[in-house]
Design a protein around this ligand. Structure first.
Ligand SMILES: [Zn+2]
Length: 117
């Protein structure tokens, strides 16, 4: 994409309510834009994850892993709850549900502390 096109795209983003950031794209050095939903966009490369250091990159990866783990746990919990509905007396299912709830609680504690600045 030529420089003119990236400027045009940038102007387009601004009209959509995006704000221009002081940071530039690590790949093409175009100015970056922040969308209303918090996504950071390079007019040339699309969505970029802004990481200032290796430390921060690790944290971003960790957050992604932890939140996908949470999704997985909740999916399994949902499945177990359906099972429990079919056989409310099944104490094995009940124990599994408790274990999942415990895991989710722990995970949320980790997520909570990692999001504090
Ligand atoms: Zn770029």
């Amino acid at each position: 994409m030529s420089n003119d096109q990236s400027i045009k795209k940038g102007a387009e983003l601004l009209t959509q309510g995006a704000t221009m950031l002081n940071e530039s794209c690590p790949i093409c050095h175009s100015p970056l834009f922040k969308l209303k939903n918090g996504d950071v966009i390079c007019p040339v490369h699309g969505k970029v994850y802004l990481v200032k250091s290796d430390e921060e990159e690790k944290k971003v990866k960790k957050d992604i892993v932890l939140s996908s783990t949470e999704d997985e746990l909740i999916n399994n919990l949902n499945y177990l709850l359906k099972k429990l509905r079919d056989s409310p007396e099944d104490s094995d299912v009940m124990m599994q549900i408790i274990r999942y709830l415990d895991a989710i609680e722990r995970l949320r504690r980790i997520l909570g502390t990692s999001q504090q600045h």
